[in-house]
Ligand binder design. Structure first.
Ligand code: SF4
Length: 243
């Protein structure tokens, strides 16, 4: 399978996301799904995809540990995009109950192994269910978010989910470009950004950052920057194929 990655690179950076989304929607149709954690990137993509196809599907992984402000952003987006279908996936009750009973509510601080176990139960397994009937998916990943994402392509195959295509339309956008778009279009956003948060995940595993830190520094800040991904977007060397 060949994606027009090089062709998109030839467009102005501003125009790239819409063109990638148009291709994804035209090629993969109604079973294309947008992963939505209600980051500013995801809300930019919601705005763009709502222009192309207002009845598109987005999915939310509700880990059970999200901030109140994230739920407020979800509600605002549901109101702004009434025709988007927001699927919500919760973790397995049985697995969460067992994890918390055996290891307590903060096991993820004790070791990387424990942290990955929690992410697997609360994020990775629900993601598999979210993508089980998807023809392709779309993420708000950007190259400049962290060193783990510096080689990000617009389109790649995702071996962890049956080899379906995974599109990253904002790959080349900067943080400033995302925020300019949010302001120009008066988009709703998670109010934690106003408190110094730059990348927002689960409440106990996210903190605000300082001006000189990269945008992902507030996620699992106690771990090495080279290895901290939650399993939703495995590191390149684990098998994701850019085309
Ligand atoms: S980010 Fe933290 S609370 Fe959320 S699933 Fe991962 S380890 Fe668990």
């Amino acid at each position: 399978m060949a994606f027009p990655n090089l062709q998109w690179e030839g467009l102005s950076v501003q125009d790239q996301p819409l063109e990638v989304l148009k291709y994804a929607k035209e090629t993969y149709g109604g079973n294309l799904k947008l992963a939505c954690s209600f980051s500013t990137e995801d809300i930019v993509l919601l705005e763009l995809i709502s222009k192309i196809s207002p009845d598109s599907t987005a999915f939310v992984l509700d880990t059970g540990r999200l901030h109140e402000e994230t739920y407020q952003a979800i509600q605002q987006c549901r109101q702004r995009y009434p025709n988007i279908r927001f699927e919500t996936y919760f973790p397995s009750t049985t697995q969460v109950e067992k994890l918390v009973e055996v290891k307590g509510p903060f096991s993820f601080f004790e070791s990387i192994e424990n942290r990955k176990e929690c992410c697997n139960i609360r994020k990775v397994e629900p993601l598999s269910r979210a993508l089980a009937n998807a023809s392709a998916w779309v993420t708000g990943l950007r190259k400049s978010q962290s060193i783990t994402r510096s080689g990000l392509a617009f389109a790649e195959l995702d071996p962890a989910h049956g080899g379906i295509p995974k599109f990253n339309p904002l790959s080349n956008w900067t943080d400033d470009m995302v925020w300019d778009f949010v302001r120009q279009h008066s988009l709703p956003y998670n109010k934690l950004y106003d408190q110094g948060y730059a990348s927002i995940g689960c409440s106990p595993c996210t903190r605000p950052i300082n001006n000189n830190e990269d945008v992902r520094a507030g996620r699992w800040w106690w771990e090495s920057p080279a290895h901290k991904e939650c399993g939703l977007h495995p590191l390149k060397q684990s098998g994701t194929t850019n085309l």
